[in-house]
Design a protein around this ligand. Structure first.
Ligand SMILES: *Cc1c(COP(=O)(O)O)cnc(C)c1O
Length: 416
């Protein structure tokens, strides 16, 4: 079972004040998750979580995470600008296919640059000059497996560089006078196992020894990046970050410490694990329709949450207005003129009635941020459920004016 982090009474009050759909975030849950991550890696004095901004690019959320000791990882100049504007000091920049001005922006705000490609070394040097610290992103190719379980296919991934390029890269950087070095890899996404980080860490720690041997470079930090998943489905087992942190600790003590690399700092760039379960998409039932299937039409659509349409991802749904209703098998759909605009297909749900409030779970990461405006559907508001139980608007909903703004002077005129 999955239970919402708000009660029906709270949600009735919130929806009386703010029109649905909207994304609701749980401040208490966000702080608890951040504390659990920091605690899990507290054995490593230099540990830092750089929250992946793309997961939930909201200033209030980033400030909460900053208060909990997190930095941020950005992928574009716009994300860098937001982080800098918020006064966040610990910023990393992990981009790919990067425009020169984005490297200039990263250098200006002194973000730690993590290069995706061997070819990026000379590109960065020309575009913005080389900083004192550079991190390189590794792609081992092949498949990434845990025992007999294939987790992902790095050989098909556009990210990162080969081992030969990595070793050459460190040699080149050392020759150019770079002082501090990092290593980064992201080999599997949304992993639902406590073994992903420890396995990845083991591989990267061994590689760190090889880098010292072959390139004469001692790494200052190793970035395990993102990829720790959450239990989207009630059938999934929840990851235990304490077990994960301890698993990385063991590899650290086995491989790095005996080889004199016990000062290496561990960084993470978790997005999903930090926020996904701390967000709900709140929507109301607008229509019921019976044809070859039973349809529950809601006022949210794929523009508010793309994952089901894009990845056929499961998001649990609670009918908080009628939790004890007789179970029906339904498709929960939005209004877009696209048949993939379905939040659930053939889902067993307690009877939905027009006006019922549905909670779509685990939308706090890669939810609002993947939104778009197809069909002239606009981006929703984001609301924070604060620790004292009160709510605060942390992003207003878009208005038609926002949508038309880029067209004024191009066939549309602004109302006087
Ligand atoms: C997307 C991304 C992350 C976050 O991934 P999650 O799966 O949300 O943890 C971290 N680092 C980089 C470079 C990314 O692109």
């Amino acid at each position: 079972m999955k239970t919402p982090f708000v009660t029906k009474e709270q949600l009735d009050a919130i929806t009386a004040e703010f029109p649905t759909p909207f994304h609701l975030y749980d401040e208490k849950g966000i702080r608890e998750t951040a504390r659990a991550v920091n605690e899990a890696f507290s054995w490593n004095p230099g540990f830092k979580e750089y929250f992946a901004v793309k997961a939930t690019p909201n200033p209030t959320i980033l400030k909460i995470l900053q208060e909990e000791g997190c930095g941020v990882d950005c992928a574009t100049d716009v994300e860098l600008m937001m982080a800098h504007e918020l006064g966040i000091k610990d910023i990393s920049f992990t981009s790919n296919d990067t425009r020169p001005e984005e490297f200039v922006c990263a250098r200006e705000i002194n973000a730690t640059i993590n290069l995706d490609a061997y070819e990026d070394i000379s590109f960065l040097e020309k575009a913005a000059g080389l900083p004192e610290t550079v991190s390189l992103r590794y792609n081992p190719g092949g498949v990434f497996s845990l025992g007999t379980d294939i987790m992902d296919h790095p050989e098909e991934s556009k990210f990162g560089m080969t081992k030969a390029q990595l070793l050459q890269g460190y040699k080149d950087l050392k020759a150019k006078g770079i002082k501090e070095f990092g290593l980064h890899a992201f080999l599997a996404s949304n992993t639902v196992t406590n073994a992903y980080y420890p396995t990845l860490a083991g591989q990267l720690f061994e590689l760190a020894l090889e880098i010292r041997e072959e390139a004469g470079v001692e790494l200052s930090f190793i970035n395990l990046s993102g990829g720790v998943g959450i239990d989207y489905s009630p059938a999934d087992k929840q990851n235990d970050i304490a077990v994960i942190g301890e698993g990385v600790h063991q590899k650290f003590d086995e491989i790095l410490v005996p080889n004199g690399l016990g000062n290496v700092k561990i960084f993470t760039e978790l997005g999903r694990f930090m926020l996904a379960s701390n967000g709900h998409l709140i929507t109301k039932v607008l229509h019921l329709k019976d044809t070859y299937r039973h349809y529950v039409g809601v006022d949210a659509s794929a523009v508010n949450l793309l994952r089901p349409a894009m990845y056929d991802a499961y998001h649990h749904i609670t009918n908080i207005s009628n939790p004890q209703g007789a179970v029906e098998v339904v498709d929960v759909v939005g209004s877009l003129c696209e048949n993939n605009d379905k939040f659930a297909k053939n889902r067993q749900l307690p009877q939905a009635r027009i006006g019922d409030t549905l909670v779509i779970h685990d939308t706090g990461a890669h939810g609002f941020s993947m939104g778009y405006q197809y069909n002239g559907r606009l981006r929703s508001a984001e609301i924070l459920l604060q620790e004292d139980g009160s709510v605060r608007l942390i992003r207003r909903a878009e208005t038609p004016e926002d949508y038309f703004a880029t067209l004024y002077g191009f066939g549309l005129e602004e109302d006087e």
